[in-house]
Design a protein around this ligand. Structure first.
Ligand SMILES: [Zn+2]
Length: 147
């Protein structure tokens, strides 16, 4: 292979590496925006539920129970979506969550270094999704600082 071929190949590889990285970063940015969006939707729902509970207390409106139920369902849906986005963000960094102790660990680990749990199937139990999302963002931010 002549020198120009070699330079060409190296340049292509470097370009691909940069393109992959840029791709991941823009994907990460989109996921973060999406997640923050859903988090603020949940916070709005929390406020509205609080208002409904107080209206019930004042006995202003007996229909409030249905409204509260509806909003709680919406929070459940948004929470699932946030969990999903969190997992996609971790996935971009080759990180997963231990299904037993919720430590964030490398995807390739078969056992959790923290609690020793087998990671052969990775499912996430119910947890406070706001905390969960915060944890994810913290890890991603730590990683940025280290780089
Ligand atoms: Zn663990």
């Amino acid at each position: 292979m002549d020198i120009f071929d070699r330079i060409g190949k190296t340049a292509t590889k470097a370009y691909q590496f940069t393109a992959d990285k840029t791709n991941k970063l823009s994907k990460e940015a989109k996921l973060r925006i999406n997640m923050n969006n859903k988090k603020s939707q949940i916070n709005t729902l929390y406020k509205e539920i609080g208002k409904s509970v107080y209206r019930k207390h004042l006995d202003l409106d007996l229909e409030e129970n249905d409204i509260i139920e509806e909003k709680i369902k919406n929070i459940d849906i948004l929470s699932d979506e946030i969990k999903n986005i969190s997992n996609q963000l971790l996935d971009l960094k080759d990180i997963k969550e231990c299904k037993n102790c919720y430590s964030k660990i490398l995807k390739e680990y078969k056992f959790c270094p923290n609690c020793g749990a087998n990671q052969s199937e990775n499912e996430i139990k119910n947890c406070d999704v706001q905390d969960y999302a915060e944890d994810t963002l913290e890890i991603l931010n730590d990683e940025k600082e280290n780089n």
